[in-house]
Ligand binder design. Structure first.
Ligand SMILES: [Zn+2]
Length: 386
């Protein structure tokens, strides 16, 4: 069934943020009435309400955990795009669960218990829900390896081994069927969010979709938050004359997706019923190493600073993750902006922001202290190795 978006009312939670704000612009362009709900978390929005929050949208400054505010914001809403979340590699634990898991559960409960006429809920999930990217074993073909053990990373072995025979694997595109259950608090709450929304959708009969975003970047990505977005972090480091810091050896691969493509995937999920009830990967479908990203950003900034790798690692982090986007493609999604173009657009925007400080160095010390970043042993071949 094709929906006519004209006149529909959308609620975009987290609508002042990177994805939410681009999505709000698109929705307005499509004729939706848009209500943005955002608490302007200081970690991301250091200077308060950002100038890109569109004047044509209604703006509600409130916390997703505030039952009364959420209830009021749901009034007359046809489609909910639930982007509000606490993200990145923050040291807090309780806040993740409270904002992401509880906030989502309470919103769904309100819609159900008050019989609100919501037609669809699209929730922002993440590739962080996977344990590790899919891989190919020379012996066993496509396998779904588990999260690499901390002891393995601490020994300086970053490879992904076959769960069946232990052989070193090569990365493969990860389909939605891959096992979920992340090993960071953020990942655990993203699994919660998508399961809450999809389970609730089945029980209530209200169509629901969970979009598993890959690494999303682009203009408006917070330059204040040292915990999220490797492109933003590298750019702010380089603009301050400091080298990008690579975890492990920098040869991890990720799927970088331009924010405009992610926003369009949300529109598509709202407009089609082909994705209802499903988790859906949204990415570029292409693998890029973190080292390559550092080089691309430094080249684009004309700042030839060598990245540094200090053999530090983040327990629970995946080695490789590239999204298999065939499910989204089958419903009409197609990424349009390649990484080089997207980085250019981001840097153009960041330059226009004036002085950009490097918030990463201080954050890094906190992460080390809390063992969210740890040090590996000397590389294989050195005298201390095994
Ligand atoms: Zn094997």
């Amino acid at each position: 069934m094709a929906h006519r978006p004209g006149g529909k009312r959308a609620l975009v939670t987290g609508g002042a943020g990177l994805i939410g704000s681009h999505l709000s612009d698109l929705l307005l362009g499509e004729g939706y009435k848009v209500r943005i709900f955002d608490n302007l978390e200081p970690q991301t929005h250091r200077n308060g309400k950002p100038p890109w929050v569109p004047a044509e949208a209604e703006f509600v400054n409130a916390d997703i955990r505030d039952r009364v505010a959420v209830r009021a914001a749901l009034e007359d809403v046809d489609v909910v795009f639930h982007q509000a979340a606490y993200g990145g590699y923050m040291p807090q634990m309780g806040k993740y669960v409270h904002v992401n898991s509880f906030g989502t559960a309470q919103m769904l409960e309100i819609i159900r218990d008050e019989n609100l006429p919501v037609e669809k809920v699209v929730v922002a999930s993440s590739q962080a829900v996977y344990r590790e990217g899919a891989a190919t074993c020379p012996e066993h073909g496509l396998v779904f390896p588990d999260t690499r053990p901390v002891e393995q990373l601490a020994s300086g072995d970053y490879a992904v081994h076959c769960p069946l025979c232990g052989a070193v694997t090569t990365p493969a595109a990860t389909p939605e069927e891959a096992p979920t259950g992340g090993e960071t608090v953020y990942a655990i709450t993203k699994v919660d969010q998508e399961r809450l929304v999809l389970t609730w959708g089945r029980q209530t009969g209200i169509p629901a979709v969970a979009l598993r975003y890959s690494c999303t970047y682009g203009p408006r990505q917070s330059v204040f938050n040292p915990y999220t977005g490797v492109i933003a972090i590298f750019a702010t480091r380089l603009l301050n004359g400091r080298p990008p810091v690579l975890y492990e050896d920098g040869e991890q691969t990720r799927d970088f997706c331009y924010v405009g493509d992610v926003a369009r995937a949300n529109l598509l999920a709202a407009a089609t019923d082909e994705l209802d009830g499903l988790p859906v990967n949204v990415g570029s479908g292409r693998a890029t190493t973190i080292r390559e990203v550092a080089e691309m950003v430094s080249e684009a900034l004309d700042a030839p600073v060598e990245p540094v790798a200090r053999r530090e690692f983040r327990p629970g982090e995946m080695r490789h993750l590239t999204s298999d986007i065939s499910r989204a493609r089958s419903a009409g999604y197609e990424p349009a902006v390649d990484l080089a173009t997207g980085i250019e657009r981001y840097l153009e925007w960041i330059r226009a922001q004036g002085g950009v400080r490097d918030y990463f160095a201080a954050a890094e010390n906190i992460l080390r202290e809390k063992r969210i970043v740890q040090q590996a042993a000397k590389p294989p071949g050195s005298c201390q190795d095994r």
